[in-house]
Design a protein around this ligand. Structure first.
Ligand SMILES: NC(=O)c1ccc[n+]([C@@H]2O[C@H](COP(=O)([O-])OP(=O)(O)OC[C@H]3O[C@@H](n4cnc5c(N)ncnc54)[C@H](OP(=O)(O)O)[C@@H]3O)[C@@H](O)[C@H]2O)c1
Length: 268
């Protein structure tokens, strides 16, 4: 249908600042229970109509032959991930419940066969094929519903990079993480210890996304940091618990780390 908006992509990631480290030894470099809760709430929440779309002048793609989730699940949000991130999930969390899991891999046929008994997982061989699924069967199933269409890119670094190259990626929900060394806040802390968290997987600056401190008129390639009030507008706060406090983007402290939930949007 000409002019039908296509779902946009929201990246959601927790990263050390300033260097944007996201992984260590195939897993996360930290254990942050409030962060996991936030991730679950954001990715399973129901969103108001017409949020999270980008205009389109082309028709919807045809159904992807690679997808076969149970039709009852088509009204759930989509989470797109790489095969290594899928592998990092505990078997009982494959797929992540309450969400349609779209997994990018060069071995889509083999994984589809291996996980044929698990409804809710879709294996595709490229981001384009993931978007075909999103624009085809999934968008059709959610059309006209009172809630919409949220498509989250949940990592890892390879898939974040592929998504950042797509103009359909319009938002980044970035959890900024530093080691808690007793300094006052994320800003002072990242200067004091350089965000010294051991990581072996990073979000590379080549895709145009780089962190800069709050309060600076910095530039992050094509991305702009939004205020906390914008984050609160972007999320259904009746379903997503955000920390409260006097300062902008209040911080949480857990397991020797200090972190906060922030929103970045693509500059137009
Ligand atoms: N901090 C966070 O928020 C966060 C979030 C997610 C993950 N992580 C961490 O990130 C690390 C994993 O990241 P990663 O970059 O190594 O791996 P990844 O992006 O999760 O997965 C990479 C794999 O995905 C497939 N793939 C990636 N791009 C593709 C494309 N364009 N087309 C087709 N297939 C594609 C390939 O699978 P095949 O090899 O099967 O072909 C590739 O080997 C882990 O440490 C994980 O814990 C952190």
């Amino acid at each position: 249908m000409v002019g039908t908006p296509k779902p946009s992509l929201t990246l959601i990631l927790a990263a050390s600042v300033p260097h944007l480290g996201i992984g260590l030894n195939g897993s996360l470099p930290w254990r942050l229970s409030r962060e996991l809760k936030y991730f679950k709430q954001v990715t399973t929440a129901r969103y108001p109509p017409l949020s999270g779309t980008v205009p389109s002048s082309s028709s919807s793609s045809s159904s992807s032959s690679s997808s076969n989730p149970a039709s009852t699940q088509l009204d759930q949000n989509v989470v797109i991930m790489g095969r290594r991130t899928w592998d990092s999930l505990p078997p009982k969390m494959q797929p992540l419940p309450g969400r349609i899991n779209v997994v990018l891999t060069s071995a889509a046929d083999a994984l589809r066969e291996k996980h044929a008994h698990k409804p809710g997982a879709v294996f595709v061989s490229s981001l384009a094929e993931a978007l075909e699924f999103v624009d085809g069967p999934w968008a059709q199933a959610t059309e006209g519903k009172s809630h919409t269409r949220q498509v989250f890119v949940i990592g890892g670094a390879q898939v974040y990079a592929a998504a950042l190259r797509s103009p359909r990626a319009t938002r980044v929900l970035l959890t900024e993480v530093v080691r808690d060394d007793g300094t006052e806040n994320v800003e002072k802390n990242h200067q004091a210890n350089g965000g010294a968290i051991e990581c072996d997987t990073f979000l590379g600056p080549e895709e145009g996304f780089a962190w800069y401190p709050h309060g600076e008129q910095g530039s992050s390639g094509f991305w702009r940091r939004e205020s906390e009030s914008e984050l609160r507008l972007a999320l259904p706060v009746d379903q997503v618990e955000l920390p409260s406090g006097d300062e902008e983007y209040p911080e949480l402290v857990e397991n020797g780390f200090r972190y906060r939930f922030t929103l970045w949007t693509r500059r137009t």
